[in-house]
Design a protein around this ligand. Structure first.
Ligand SMILES: O=C(O)CCC(=O)C(=O)O
Ligand SMILES: [Fe+2]
Length: 300
């Protein structure tokens, strides 16, 4: 299995309880998929603050690689320029009624129940994740998000920073660029990602709540160390996590495979909006049908 599998960039796993519902009529989504590019396509120089973040520079990427390896996370504030961010925000707001909302109860490991343990065991304890999502085919052809995602220099920067030889879009038409929505009360429960890294861009920040909380290297998946004791201490409130501050326009690269993390419930009436840019280590990879049905409510 490659380092980056179909789960890259998002909380995608084999959940037991899945409660999906459509925010809007299905036909709205079909119409939105026409996705015709209109107007001006922004250049990468107009999207990324290249003066602060020279992404085409191999030395800069090497610095980012060192920081990501050391900290498990790389936070780039004001990565996106104001005009491009305003366009991204406008698109996210305009399309939020097309989001597919779903909720899952899952373990922090995103694995099925282990019958060797009881329901209270950290392997089996459930947390809840609830959010809305719009898919790649709803994002406009001329969206700055797509220009960023497709940009050769940006992709090479991400590959160098994460140590990947190459990065490829999803073969299916839903999974590459997603926008997540969390309304009041919605949250992502504690979990370890299946993927080696995730790229997110905060688009809109709630007035309260929606804190990104994490504990670096709480487990060592490759060594088979699941650290049930450490997970139980966190779930019981005996351990305090770190909080990652981010504002709209901040690009975050996060290694979530061993660093447990969550997004606390939104405590405001301002919806949290966040773009997830997902790549694969190999071409022609689709997100599994079960994951697409769970998170998008459709296959194409
Ligand atoms: O919403 C976020 O900031 C993090 C998302 C996340 O952890 C995930 O999708 O796995
Ligand atoms: Fe995650």
């Amino acid at each position: 299995m490659s380092l980056i599998n179909e789960t890259i960039g998002s909380l995608r796993g084999p959940f037991f309880v899945s409660r999906g519902f459509q925010a809007a009529d299905q036909s709205v989504i079909v119409v939105a998929r026409l996705n015709v590019a209109q107007g001006h396509l922004m250049q990468i120089e107009d999207i990324v603050d290249m003066a602060t973040y020279p992404i085409a520079d191999a030395g800069f990427a090497a610095t980012c690689n060192t920081k990501l390896d050391a900290d498990g996370v790389l936070v780039l504030p004001d990565f996106i320029q104001a005009k491009a961010l305003a366009d991204i925000q406008a698109e996210a707001v305009a399309k939020q009624d097309q989001a597919y909302f779903c909720a899952q109860d899952h373990s922090v490991y995103l694995t099925p129940d282990n019958p060797a343990f009881g329901a209270d065991h950290p392997a089996n304890r459930k947390v809840t994740s609830s959010k809305g999502c719009i898919c790649d085919d709803v994002i406009a052809g001329n969206s700055p998000l797509r220009a960023l995602y497709d940009d050769v220099a940006f992709r090479r920067f991400v590959a160098r920073t994460t140590g990947q030889a190459g990065l490829y879009p999803y073969a299916d038409n839903l999974s590459s660029i997603n926008i997540h929505y969390a309304k009041r009360g919605q949250e992502l429960g504690w979990h370890f990602d299946n993927s080696s890294f995730a790229i997110t861009l905060l688009i809109q920040k709630p007035a309260a709540g929606s804190r990104f909380e994490y504990i670096k290297d709480l487990r060592d998946a490759d060594a088979g160390d699941l650290n049930y004791t450490g997970v139980a201490a966190l779930l019981d409130g005996a351990t305090q996590p770190d909080v990652l501050a981010m504002d709209p326009g901040t690009l975050v690269l996060f290694r979530g495979r061993n660093s447990i993390h969550r997004v606390s419930p939104n405590e405001s009436d301002i919806t949290r909006m966040l773009a997830v840019l997902a790549y694969n280590a190999e071409p022609d990879v689709s997100l599994s049908e079960s994951a697409r049905m769970t998170f998008y409510g459709r296959l194409d």
